[in-house]
Each structure stands twice: as C-alpha cells, then as structure tokens.
Design a binder for this molecule. Structure first.
Ligand SMILES: Nc1ncnc2c1ncn2[C@@H]1O[C@H](COP(=O)(O)OP(=O)(O)OP(=O)(O)O)[C@@H](O)[C@H]1O
Ligand SMILES: [Mg+2]
Length: 351
C-alpha cells in the first residue's frame, strides 16, 4: 500500500532525507523510529502529498504521490505532528468540517462525527470549543478527524506524544482495531515500546537514511545477545571465568561481588547452561535473569543518540588536537549506525 523508492529531500543546507526506500504491505503497521530531526515528518509529508521530493518516487494505495496527488489524498488519513484543527470550533464542528471537505453528504457527516466522538470518548466535550480541550483530547480529536473518510492508509506522525499512559493505551487499541479491519498504517514515534507494541515492521531513520529495518525481534537480535544478571549466594573467585564460554564480552561484577552482569549468547537453554557452569565451580545461585535487549538498546546502538556524544574533530572545535574518530557522528554510513547496512535500492525485506 506504500512504496517509496530513493526519496530525497533537502531544505537549504539540511539533507532531511537522503534516499529512503519503504514498502508497506496492506493491513500492516510500519513503525518509523528515529531521533529528533531524523527525517520522519519529512517522509510523512512527501507520502501524504504535502511536500515534493527532490528525487525518488512513491506510490500510496497504488497512486503516484507526485502525479496523482488527488487520488492519493482520497485514500489516506493523516494525523500530523502538530494539531491541524480549528481552535475556534467545537469538536463536533471540526469533524463535520473535515467530513464536508472529504465530500461526505451532510447527514452522513453528522452521523460519522457522532460515531467518532463516541469512539474516542469525546462525546461529553463534543460541543465545546477546542480552546478548552486538554492536549490528550486534541490528539484524540486529531486522530478522529483523520478517520472521518474511512481511509485505506493512515499516516500517524507521533500520535501519542504528550499523552498520558491511559490515553496512549487507548490510542494503541484504536490503531489495532483499524488494522484488524484492513487499514494500513505508517506511524512515526519516539516511543520504542510503541513501535514494539504496534508495528509489524520497523525502520530506524537517522540523518535522513535508514539505519536498520526489520521486525522488533530482528532489530533486537541485531544488537547482540541477551543480557544475563546473576546473583550468587556469596562472591566466588571462579564464577566469572566459569561463565566466559557462554558470554559475549566481559563480566561486570557489582557490589560485594555477588552480582554479575554480562551479555550472553542467546539460545535455547542458556539459563540452564549458566547454572551448570556456576554449579561446576561450586558457586551457588540465588537469582538469575536472562532478558532480551529492548528496542531502547537498539535505538541507542544504531543512532548513537545519547549513548555516545560526538568526539570527532569536526564536532570538537575546542579540541583540534583530537583525531577525528571513525564510528562517530559525522559519517552517515559509519558502521556503528548501520549494524546491518542497507544495500542500495532494496525494498523492505518482509519476513
Ligand atoms: N520546512 C522546513 N524548512 C527547513 N528545514 C526543515 C523543514 N522541514 C524539516 N526541516 C529539517 O529537516 C530535518 C528533518 O526534519 P523532520 O521534521 O523530518 O524530522 P523528524 O524526524 O520528524 O524530527 P522530530 O522527531 O523532531 O519530529 C531537520 O533537520 C529539520 O530541521
Ligand atoms: Mg517530526
């Protein structure tokens, strides 16, 4: 339902998008993850016909976003990052207006507005002007407005930013219901658990490029093994050495030497092997946890955001003595960002 090929867009000196490919099958959710300024909204604007790419092409619901914009617009709904509603109108009036703009007849528009206000738990505020709405209420009305015309493809640009946990959960439910009835969704988010919860496939964008793509599972596996945390009954001098064959990297020992943490090679029975290895050297285990890396681990590993401040010379004019380090900020293709480098021109591999 969404196909994008080599999309690029420059704003002055900023290369907002530097050639991205996307492919979203019907009835699935693509999660677009990336730090501030990565190019997420730019991609959404191009795919929803609100901006033109400098190069590359895209089709949405079978129509070309550049040459068949009208056909695309009739089949999509958009919840932009910034609210696009009229502050001076009531919730009901906003939905009626959107319905009228979508070509619905008056009676259908009224019925649809009432239905959506109820579904989004806004019926009680339907006839109040938006000025008095809370942020969460506006966000819900925004989403309701994007659904007025029952779009086949829905674009949600950070739909739950600023929502409280209950409102976020409600929004997730709504998105799941829409997908269950065949809607295709492209959703951008900063919330990794949101992509984890909703997206069939995820692309991580950084500096206008796709740094990685896959299912949440595949992205987590890309970052490496599971995390192991062991608490021993008492510190044991041979415990770390006993674990070494099972680990990726070194063991961190904490506190009184009873707590050990390490990256462990994922695999069936890994916890059993850990217990056996420790038992063999006579170390007794009080507690043991093996857990998968989170999408947070993936995000930081791929984009370097917050995980590692840039140290290259170009970024440290105060320290010209520092050599420009490979694997850091300046180069968009550096290996740290691209755990699985994107082959040029591939479409999203769907497992
Ligand atoms: N209309 C514009 N004029 C100038 N620069 C722009 C414009 N729109 C986007 N940019 C720049 O392009 C880059 C990508 O912006 P974009 O809004 O796509 O990022 P984003 O991933 O949506 O970020 P955020 O998470 O903050 O919403 C940024 O550097 C931004 O400053
Ligand atoms: Mg944005």
């Amino acid at each position: 339902m969404i196909e994008a090929s080599s999309l690029s867009k420059r704003y002055g000196e900023t290369q907002a998008l530097a050639g991205i490919n996307l492919s979203v099958p019907a009835g699935t959710v693509l999660g677009v993850l990336g730090p501030n300024g990565a190019g997420k909204s730019t991609a959404v604007r191009i795919l929803t016909t609100l901006a033109r790419p400098d190069s590359g092409s895209a089709r949405v619901a079978g129509f070309d976003v550049a040459t068949q914009a009208g056909d695309v617009r009739r089949r999509i709904g958009v919840t932009a990052q910034d609210a696009t509603l009229d502050e001076a109108l009531t919730g009901r009036q906003n939905l009626r207006m959107t319905a009228a703009l979508s070509g619905l007849r008056r009676r259908d528009a009224d019925a649809r507005a009432t239905e959506l206000l109820e579904r989004f738990e806004l019926a009680h505020a339907a006839d109040r002007v938006l000025k008095g709405y809370s942020g969460g209420m506006r966000r819900r009305l925004d989403l309701a407005a994007s659904l007025v015309a029952r779009p086949a493809v829905l674009f949600l640009d950070e739909p739950t930013t600023g929502l409280d946990p209950a409102s976020r959960a409600r929004m997730w439910e709504i998105v799941r219901d829409l997908v269950a009835t065949g809607t295709t969704v492209l959703l951008t988010t900063q919330y990794l658990e949101e992509a984890d919860a909703l997206a069939d496939h995820i692309v991580v964008i950084d500096h206008g490029r796709i740094a990685a793509r896959g299912t949440a599972r595949e992205l987590k596996d890309m970052v490496g093994g599971h995390r192991l945390e062991v608490t021993l009954s008492a510190a044991h001098p041979d415990a770390a050495a006993a674990l070494a064959p099972l680990l990726d990297g070194r063991v961190d020992t904490e506190g009184d030497g009873r707590r050990l943490r390490a990256a462990v090679r994922a695999g069936s029975g890994v916890a059993t092997e850990v217990i056996r290895a420790l038992d063999a050297v006579g170390a007794r285990v009080d507690d043991l946890v093996v857990h998968a890396p989170s999408l947070d681990d993936v995000f930081f590993a791929l984009t370097g955001t917050a995980a590692a401040p840039p140290t290259g010379r170009a970024d440290r004019p105060d320290r010209p003595d520092l050599p420009a380090q490979p694997g850091h900020a300046d180069h968009p293709d550096h290996p740290r960002r691209c755990a699985r480098p994107e082959p040029a021109g591939d479409a999203m591999g769907v497992a």
